[in-house]
Design a protein. Structure first.
Length: 144
């Protein structure tokens, strides 16, 4: 089985709704979910989104699958400015590199981790160049 087609494992099936419930309890809101098309990301969101009570738009983007830092920055730069709050769901090592680049800090992004960041950038094209971003929160499934 290819990595792209690999299903979500038991740890992920347990972690996804927990993270969705944490996001709901914290009042996290986004305008768009930008997600990899990999099977395990689809399965993660199938469990996370109902627990979070999110019913907004999800954009499935094949290029997010195993994307490098430059490609993730390109994806973010291309976002429409009427989506000021975006959740990116993808894979490592790209996501850890992205969060580290934006915050100028080493932040590990294990399976189902969530880092909420903000910037003073006024549009996506300048936001990805406006650093460092401020880390609002960081959770992993193991956090209590």
């Amino acid at each position: 089985m290819s990595d792209f087609d690999r299903p979500l494992n038991q740890r992920g099936r347990l972690a996804a709704p927990v993270m969705g419930q944490r996001m709901k309890a914290a009042g996290i809101e986004v305008d768009l979910v930008l997600a990899s098309t990999a099977v395990r990301v689809r399965q993660t969101l199938d469990l996370l989104l109902p627990a979070w009570n999110y019913s907004g738009q999800v954009v499935w983007e094949k290029q997010v699958y195993l994307a490098s830092l430059p490609l993730l920055l390109e994806q973010l730069s291309a976002l429409e400015d009427n989506w000021p709050r975006v959740m990116l769901v993808g894979h490592n090592p790209g996501l850890s590199e992205l969060v580290g680049y934006l915050t100028d800090a080493h932040i590990d992004m294990p399976t189902a981790a969530l880092a909420a960041l903000e910037t003073a950038g006024t549009d996506w094209r300048t936001a990805v160049r406006h650093r460092p971003w401020h880390q609002l929160s960081y959770w992993t499934p193991k956090d209590e």
